[in-house]
Design a protein around this ligand. Structure first.
Ligand code: PEP
Ligand code: MN
Length: 355
């Protein structure tokens, strides 16, 4: 069994948390726990208090469900965890012998609520994970962690569960991987666990997102599992049956955080080449901007407007065709050209408007 505070960076496998989104009955909790591969579960989770976006949805059974979590713990020997959002939850969960508490995404968004939890936990030797806030704000996430640390909590980690953003996408919550990676860069010793269930919102892509998290060197995974997901009272579409969970965890490949020296040499050869290519890319951009400066001076002299619709359409079509021919992701190439074009317009504006 892996514990949050004994995670080593040269791990043999990630820390894994499995269990239902919500505790629905003692039978559901025991049946799910029974079918999980016990070798591949470090903590058994269940939501007791469920913060739902709209009122009227299932909001968890509250305190009455705590003994069900305890029964799963006593029967199968799992360590257990649940979400807490206020003092009352913290006290009830600790009284019911829950080992690890997590702060949910909606709660991390609110510093008053995190502070309340931190105060309720002052002086208690318990493991705590802080989910990222709903909005993509790294400072708010770090702020939540700091509030707990300031109250003396030492066994602490973070959970990346994706971010709610306006754009439509395949994900329920956009992963925006650069944010948790930045968190890891800022706090190198902080265990960071990925929650693919809430990122994906659907079960068919949980494996891919989990593998990606491991490839990015996350320290663990939290995956929602339910004995009969289709009738789950919350998050039905994203929960895995224990059987699929067991297969998923078994199939995941663990990349090594510290590659041995031979692979390090190979990697550094590739990386040197990449660095050279990146420098060339930047030099090309510089040369392109030199031309843009000349064009701006010409347009200014001849009173030609900066933005030329046909020209931009042509650049887009041409780069799109070329990208296809070269087997490059066309969306990616388009995004790059959009950014280059925008920067060119900005530079021209600066030159032309400067009297
Ligand atoms: C959960 O883990 O069930 C949950 C409600 O998560 P989040 O806070 O990430 O929405
Ligand atoms: Mn859930």
């Amino acid at each position: 069994m892996r514990l949050l505070d004994t995670l080593d960076k040269n791990r043999e496998r990630p820390l894994v948390i499995a269990g239902p989104c919500s505790a629905e009955s003692c039978e559901q909790m025991l049946a799910t726990a029974k079918e999980l591969n016990h070798e591949r579960v470090d903590y058994y989770r269940a939501g007791i208090w469920k913060p739902r976006t709209r009122p009227g949805s299932f909001e968890g059974y509250g305190k009455k469900a705590l003994p069900w979590l305890k029964e799963a713990k006593d029967t199968y020997g799992f360590r257990t965890c649940t979400e807490v959002a206020k003092t009352e939850h913290v006290e009830a969960a600790l009284d019911a012998d829950v080992d690890l508490l997590w702060v949910g995404a909606r709660t991390t968004t609110n510093p008053f609520a995190v502070q309340e939890i931190a105060e309720a936990l002052a002086g208690v030797d318990v493991e705590v994970l802080v989910k990222n806030p709903i909005n993509p704000d790294l400072s708010l996430w770090m702020g939540g962690i700091e509030r707990l640390k300031r109250k003396g909590i030492t066994k602490i980690g973070a959970i990346h569960r994706g971010f709610s953003i306006y754009a439509k996408s395949n994900f329920r919550n956009q992963p925006l991987w650069q944010i948790p990676l930045e968190l890891k860069r800022n706090c190198p010793d902080l265990p960071v666990i990925c929650d693919p269930s809430h990122i994906c919102g659907r079960r068919d892509i949980i494996f891919d997102v989990s593998q990606k998290a491991l490839d990015l060197n996350f320290d663990g995974l939290m995956i929602e599992t339910h004995i009969n997901p289709d009738v789950a009272l919350s998050d039905a579409a994203q929960q895995l049956t224990p059987v699929v969970y067991n297969e998923t965890i078994h199939a995941l490949e663990l990349s090594l955080a510290n590659p041995d020296s031979q692979s390090r040499i190979h990697l550094s050869e590739y990386r040197n080449t990449i660095d050279d290519l990146d420098t060339e890319l930047l030099q090309i951009l510089r040369s392109r901007m030199d031309i843009v400066e000349k064009i701006a001076a010409y347009k200014k002299e001849h009173k030609i407007s900066i933005y030329q619709k046909e020209r931009w359409a042509k650049i887009l079509t041409k780069s799109n065709n070329k990208a296809e021919q070269m087997d490059l992701d066309t969306k990616f190439v388009q995004d790059i050209f959009r950014a280059i074009h925008q920067s060119s317009i900005n530079l021209q504006e600066k030159i032309i408007r400067k009297r």
